[in-house]
Design a protein around this ligand. Structure first.
Ligand code: 5GP
Ligand code: ZN
Length: 116
């Protein structure tokens, strides 16, 4: 999709620190890491958000979750990790190309949400 920064990262037009790629997904380090390990796993094909998926997207959604543990262990979070998929305005999604944040490190990542 034109003008999508994550599509441009998949295509190599915008550089990234790639950590994994297969036929369905692409994974790279977040440019502003929130924890020592902070990887973004995205579908290679443009999907705007989790609110835009259909039945044919189920394989790529499964793959995103399936590689999360492998990437977390490889990148330095062998004791567990958290996967976050911000969706839409309410979910705080800033980049409109579906992405799973995989965050972790050697310390617990903290409470799931801060109290409002
Ligand atoms: P969101 O708020 O949409 O769930 O998260 C978007 C994430 O993408 C943010 O954590 C942000 O740091 C990351 N990000 C935005 N632009 C770029 C970029 O050009 N390269 C990389 N590696 N990460 C980016
Ligand atoms: Zn895109």
């Amino acid at each position: 999709m034109e003008n999508c920064i994550f599509c441009k990262i998949v295509q190599g037009i915008i550089p990234s620190q790639k950590v994994y790629e297969d036929d369905l997904v692409f994974a790279f380090k977040d440019i502003h890491p929130q924890r020592p390990v902070h990887i973004l796993v995205i579908p290679k094909r443009h999907i705007t958000s989790l609110a835009h998926v259909s039945v044919e997207d189920e394989p790529v959604l499964g793959r995103i979750l399936a590689v999360a543990n492998q990437l977390a262990v490889e990148q330095g979070s062998p004791g567990g990790f958290r996967v976050i998929i911000n969706t839409g305005t309410i979910g705080g999604q800033e980049v409109p190309h579906l992405h799973a944040h995989v965050v972790g490190g050697s310390e617990p990542v903290g409470p799931m949400l801060k109290r409002q």
